[in-house]
Design a protein around this ligand. Structure first.
Ligand code: MRU
Length: 341
């Protein structure tokens, strides 16, 4: 099993996702500053994994605060929350975890040392709960996948696997469960320009577990569907609005459109910590814009002539009407019904 965020010897060990698949390296994180940098630079990435990392980041920040005065401690903990919250804007699990840690601190009676102890337990709980949540999602996903053919070919986008969660994965968790139950023929993985999470991370995870995987470039998905190669699409999510509109890695929206055009079911797998009921629809979801270098440079090679401009949104929003069902730890729901669950 792959665990991207592990508490070990009083520090957090992160699998460095910027180096995979060529190098498996673990980075040791000892402070909230280091955790903020790791999230920002995508050493750890994927909505639930960012939430787990932020939980530990809050504890590391709490550990650094040297006061026995409760109010002063809570004031400084707010600053840690601000630092971690400024790293990436779209994945709501980041803010969900930070707020859970802040509320825990505010509601815990006793000394500052007592609060720190409870914060550590809460960070551990966020990690453990996410793992169980992903396994439950895998089981619920199995129930809604097409019944025929007996062995399915699924398509996914970006990485929504163990690396993007506490372990097991959201969309890739459904794929793992299908593989375990003998219902998976093969996974097609979009390479996912510009950061190539599909080609680098999803493919790596599949190879680790012997899941047959075919990597395609993003612009090949429609062709594969037209040729009858894909039975269903399963993707993860970074933030889901109350009406079911779903932000996920850039390219997800076009995938949903082509799936609809070919009458292929399109599933989103995400835990409730990814659902933001405060937002009525997807137009309110903040979309991260990243460095244009991600588009024009591969290694040391510059791909484009000088003098052109770039636009590099990291996520897009898939309207709820293009989504067949949202698979959560509580079951699979039509997107419009999430608010009532
Ligand atoms: O920019 P990233 O790599 O953090 O984006 C990751 C994704 O968009 C994932 O598909 C999403 O977080 C689902 S994770 C289970």
């Amino acid at each position: 099993m792959i665990y991207p965020v592990v508490w070990q010897n009083n520090s957090v060990c992160l699998i460095d996702q910027t180096r995979l698949p060529n190098e498996y390296a673990v980075v040791e994180i000892n402070s909230s500053q280091e955790m903020a940098r790791a999230i920002k630079t995508m050493i750890v990435r994927g909505a639930p994994a960012i939430g787990v990392a932020a939980g530990y980041g809050m504890y590391l920040g709490a550990r650094e605060i040297e006061t026995s005065d409760r109010q002063e401690f809570l004031y400084h903990l707010d600053k840690v929350a601000e630092l971690l919250g400024s790293t990436r804007p779209t994945a709501v699990n980041l803010f969900w975890a930070i707020n859970r840690m802040l509320k825990t601190a505010q509601n815990t009676p006793g000394t500052v040392e007592d609060i720190k102890q409870v914060l550590w337990q809460t960070a551990q709980a966020i990690n453990n709960e996410d793992l169980q949540t992903c396994q439950a999602m895998g089981d619920h996903g199995l129930k809604v996948l097409p019944k025929s053919p007996a062995k399915l070919t699924l398509l996914t986008h970006c990485n929504a696997g163990a690396l993007a969660t506490a372990g097991y994965g959201t969309a890739l968790g459904v794929v793992r469960s299908a593989w375990r139950e003998g219902r998976l023929e093969r996974l097609y993985a979009d390479e996912t320009r510009p950061r190539l999470q599909g080609a680098k991370l999803t493919a790596w995870e599949c190879v680790q577990e012997g899941i047959p995987v075919t990597v395609i470039t993003d612009n090949m998905a429609a062709h594969c569907m037209q040729r009858g190669l894909i039975h269903a699409v399963v993707v993860g999510a970074d933030r889901i609005a109350a009406n079911g509109d779903t932000a996920n890695k850039i390219g997800t929206y076009s995938l949903a459109i082509v799936a609809k055009a070919h009458n292929i079911p399109f599933f989103v797998a995400a835990p409730f910590s990814t659902i933001d009921l405060a937002l009525s629809d997807g137009s309110q979801i903040p979309i991260e814009e990243r460095n244009p270098e991600e588009i024009y440079q591969v290694g040391d090679t510059i791909l484009t002539p000088s003098g052109v401009e770039f636009y590099n949104p990291a996520f897009d929003v898939t309207p709820a009407e293009l989504i067949t069902a949202i698979i959560t730890e509580k079951g699979a729901f039509p997107p419009g019904e999430l608010g009532g669950v």
